[in-house]
Design a protein around this ligand. Sequence first.
Ligand code: C2E
Ligand code: CA
Ligand code: CA
Length: 814
Amino acid sequence: MCPTNSRKMGNLRAQYITHLVQYEQQLTALWSAAADDQSRLSDIQSMAHRLAGSGKAYGFRELSQVARELEQALEQTDHLSRQERASAASESLRELLRALRQISKTEPNEVVHDDAQNAAVTKSVSADDIRVLIVDDDEDFAIKLSETLDSYGYSAQVERDITQLEKAIADHDPLAVIVDMDFYGDRFAGAKQVAYWQHNDGAPLPVIFISEHDSFDLRLASVRAGGNHFLHKPLDIPRLTALLRAELNMAPVEPYRIMIVDDDQDLLSLYDRILGDAGYSVKTADTAQNALNLLDQFQPELVLIDVKMPVCNGIELGRIIRQHEEFSTIPLLFMSAVADMDVQLACARLANDEFINKPIEPWRLLMMVKSRVVKGRQLQGMDRALLAHGEETAQDALTALPKLSEVRRALNGLLQQPLERILAVIKMDLREFHSINNLHGHYFGDEILQGVAWRLGQHLGDASMLSRDGDEFLILSREHFSRKALDQYVRELTQVISQTEMNSEQGSVPLSVDVGVAIAAGDNMTADELLDQADMALFKAKTAKGAELVYFEEELQAEQTYRFTLEQSIRQGLDNQEFAAVYQPIFSVEGEHIVGFEALARWQHPEGGLLGPGEFIPLMEERGLISRLTEQIISCVVPQLAHWHTINPDWFMSLNLSAKDIQTPKFIDKLTSLIHTLKLKPEKVVLEITESLLLADWQSASQVLESLRSLGVRVALDDFGTGYSSLSYLQRINADKLKIDRGFIEHWSQTGDARLLRAMVQLGQSMNMGVIAEGVEKNEELAFLKQLGCDQYQGFLSARPMLPEDIEAGDWFP
Ligand code: C2E
Ligand code: CA
Ligand code: CA
């Protein structure tokens, strides 16, 4: 920033600090008044809100932070009594007062008078004092360019090192900067450094990027870095000077008229100063009423409105302004704190206007304002009918994102070019969006889509494009050289969504996505092919267990066809009752006699023979068919048990349940009626449930467990040791039996390490659960279990899963 500028800022800041003293006094007074008058707490809250915003804008981060904490403390306590609210807030209030005192004590607050401050600061300058900075490491080129510009009456300085950009600007105080893109082999170095500098300092200087290369990515990067123009070498000098003239003569014949409405005087003066210095004609209003009074007389071309204002808030003011026929299309730009997501969305919906998050850095303010007013004047001169099917239709009305047709077009263009970097289509689908819509209403659903669009937009890389279709978001990305970097990027994006918090009246709604990614490979691909592949990958991500991110591979195409046919034949199989159970006897470790059976599903496929559960259960779970299987299995297994009870009434029968059975426990009715009609002792029926299944949805699981318990059947915890339930869960599940996963026996067999196995047997016994070891294949395994004191076992050593008639033919039966 040039010395005059920083002096002016220093003065504004000094003024602000004197205001802080007043804030401190007011807060103290309000706090003691709050003892009798509850409504004072709300005044404190809005004062805290204001300090949170202005504090940050003036660079007092800690102040802003504690003010925000106080605001939140008061926000979350709406339902409490005065007493409770006050005590919840007292801590943060004390902190805030302390911070205020601290600043007024340590910061200088003397206003330095500066005559230049009052001089007109518009930038209509004559050519001889137009200082231009050229940053380029190609010395010959830079010197030649500077000589050329000198001959046009500019005074050009050259800097060769891009990392010295900030310093060179401070030293030369140029009015425009021309920056090469390429440095040390990095084609984006220029854009990166400019973005960095703008972020840190943000003197509102026009930037013209130049580069030997020209591509979509480079142009996008230039725009993202805040560049005003992009030219490629060799330079078209007349064009360059024309651009410089246009940029530097920023104040138009008649300056653009901007109105700012904010109830915070400190911010008003700050924005007023920034825009005024850039040559705009500015009027400020500290209430909605004042703003309306000014409207007719001033005829602003853009209105900047603070959302949070007392009496009439910014959105209401926006609506009122729009009711004036004359101002029905005037651009409105809303300013609000990051936290007010709901409000921001309401703004966006009001008239396709946008919002900027406070605090607003000077460069961001100038950038947003300039693009709008310039466009506004252009529009005035244009035929409206032309616009109707121009750029407007290419946008999604809800999120203002480009439509799919635009993405397809961009993609087709990119596919024509050589693939230097990975070109990927990333498709994200919001999980459970339909339930959210049903539960909370479409209005809220829209807000979610806008919120996600906005968040993703903020995290988009330099060469990405975002679009929306229903509850799916599509990102076209071309900025990574390696799969690893792309993968990292995709994961960041999914995190952005899971960290997006949306609050409905019923509370906060967690969001998550499934993601499918397709990467352009070689030539001859069309946009549609790539989009289809992303679809297939997304489908896989949505359906496969545990996979939320899937990259397209050739196999997916074949797999999809296969799965489709398989589902058809599973449905047919269910209709034809082709599913039945085989039974694996379970033995007592001590006496090696049968104590019960585990029923395991099999599919008697008309052509494929007897198929195991791996072939059909996953797809059944996915396609919602598992409850039909469970019912068929129950219908054959429970009568089988009744039949075997004629031989030995002590035998039990174990059945496997799946996660979906717990979510929709249709099987309970069937089970209950069979137990009653067959007059079975319910405790002889054991239902096997896995830990992970219970934890996935503990709420419905505990309800199901409750009804099973009241029916009198028993519960076994299957595959024990493979999940990660804590001991406290184990207690809550309160299962009757524990089945130790085969992996632990195997581990002992292979390594001789018995620690886990022993611990699990002891754990089960200490909790009064019967312990069953699964997958016993060797004599020494059985011998060791005996030594450990394990109760029961099953395994190929003694019996495989078998058909009932084969079991009955064995020598276990009398
Ligand atoms: P699970 O519940 O852990 O069932 C035990 C599995 O171990 C069975 O495989 C069984 O054949 C196998 N097995 C038994 N003894 C040994 C042994 O000594 N060595 C080895 N290597 N394996 C042994 P199966 O029948 O293929 O079942 C696989 C899984 O399918 C089951 O694992 C269970 O999770 C699921 N499943 C089976 N039937 C049903 C059913 O009716 N409904 C549901 N929801 N799932 C079922
Ligand atoms: Ca089992
Ligand atoms: Ca098991």
